[in-house]
Design a protein around this ligand. Structure first.
Ligand code: SAH
Length: 399
């Protein structure tokens, strides 16, 4: 039985003997852990991560002053000399060639967030790597999971939940949900969350209060800060990406101002995913190399609008409209007025990624009429531009 240990090698001298693939790999891992890496070998590949490189055969004195020695040459005799030099000086040495002759073993290792995995399997490196990979997969997927202890303190994690299908949540976002004491969500029914969350996680729906009113942004900010200050891990689950038309940055600012630790986990935005799920590319070689994303919640011409619709209309780049269903007629008119061809193809993607997803095609001139006739409701993403005719795969053929 061997005694496992995690070493703080930062700033400490570690001597790697050898210049081949194994040495390069070990030097990189040590360098990433902050070690002062010294490499000794007659031939060393150029990009090795070392502070000192000595291009010559090993000499026993090379290990003087080292905290750790790694013998990684492909010559068993040299590795034996290195191991002996280290042993004489009371320094731990790991031999890459002979597990049975090695004082220390370098495990197959990896990390997911702050969980580090290190595996040995009786000196069989392939088996150790396979077990390490299995462990990392289980950790990434949240299949192996343990909530951080209380002492890690309260904090807020803004998680981008994607367009709705839980399959479009990121792995990191999902793990954050598993770590949560409380999840603050908008309009996400408990039914949708139940399949994702451990049963003991509290869910606060700020989409609407018992009287059917949505919580104000100030209320939400206060809730996040108060819960985190009470020591809870608070996940603020937001649709799409937290920093796309979602006021996520205001929530971050509120946490920072209150001295609360806050982290952002980006999400799959409806900006790109809704068109993608309908098979509509946002850019296409030979068609357009740009897309503009605009919020349509304030209609063109409204004094509160900060959008320059004439510049959105200019050229023939793709236009992606969010929160635009209610103002579609005015927006389409502004785009035509700004110079867009009324025959430019358009598509409305309603409830993207959800079982109720619907894709409706119409030219720019007909967009509002078709949306009305088809009773399009939010959430929907509207895409206007020549790329709409370039759709590939996806459901519902364009007219
Ligand atoms: N942060 C979000 C956007 C919030 S604004 C994101 O990155 O996706 C809300 C708007 O997003 C909606 O009005 C709609 O235009 C769009 N949206 C969000 N989810 C959607 C979905 N599943 N299908 C279509 N549009 C969606």
């Amino acid at each position: 039985v061997r005694y496992p240990l995690f070493l703080d090698v930062s700033g400490r001298r570690v001597v790697v003997v050898g210049g081949g693939a194994v040495a390069v790999r070990r030097a990189r891992a040590l360098h990433e852990a902050g070690a002062y890496v010294v490499v000794v070998a007659p031939e060393v590949s150029g990009g090795i991560d070392a502070v000192e490189v000595h291009r010559r055969p090993f000499e026993p004195d090379d290990v003087d002053g080292a905290w750790l020695v790694l013998a990684c040459t492909d010559d068993g005799e040299v590795n034996a000399v290195v191991a002996a030099a280290a042993a004489e000086r009371g320094i731990w040495c790991a031999r890459a060639d002979r597990a049975d002759e090695s004082a220390a073993w370098v495990p197959a290792a990896g990390a997911v967030d702050d969980v580090q995995v290190a595996v040995t399997a009786g000196g069989d490196p392939t088996r150790a790597r396979e077990l390490r990979d299995a462990a990392l997969r289980a950790l990434h997927a949240g299949e192996w999971h343990a909530r951080p202890g209380r002492k890690s303190g309260g904090r807020v994690v803004l998680v981008g939940g994607g367009p709705g299908d839980p399959g479009l949540l990121t792995l990191r976002g999902y793990r954050a949900l598993l770590d949560a004491d409380v999840v603050v969500a908008d309009r996400l029914g408990p039914a949708e969350l139940a399949g994702l969350l451990p049963t003991d996680v509290e869910v606060v729906d700020v989409g609407k209060d018992p009287r059917g009113h949505a919580a104000s942004q100030d209320d939400i900010n206060t809730l996040l800060v108060d819960r985190a200050r009470a020591g809870q891990v608070v996940v603020r689950l937001k649709g799409g990406d937290p920093f796309v038309l979602g006021r996520g940055s205001e929530e971050v600012d509120a946490c920072v101002a209150a001295g609360v630790v806050v982290e952002v986990v980006p999400g799959v935005s409806s900006v790109t995913s809704a068109p993608g799920l309908a098979g509509v590319p946002l850019t296409k070689r030979g068609t357009t190399q740009q897309f503009t994303v605009v919020s349509g919640h304030v209609p063109p011409g409204d004094p509160r609008s900060t959008v320059d619709w004439s510049s959105v209309a200019a050229g023939d780049g793709t236009v992606v409209l969010l929160m635009a269903v209610a103002n579609l007629r005015a927006i389409a008119a502004a785009l035509v007025e700004g110079g867009r061809d009324p025959q430019t193809p358009g598509v409305i993607v309603e409830n993207a990624s959800l079982p109720s997803q619907r894709v409706v095609y119409a030219t720019l001139k007909d967009l509002a009429d078709v949306a009305e006739r088809e009773s399009v409701v939010p959430p929907a993403v509207v895409v206007v531009g020549p790329v709409v005719s370039d759709r590939t795969g996806g459901a519902d053929a364009p007219p």
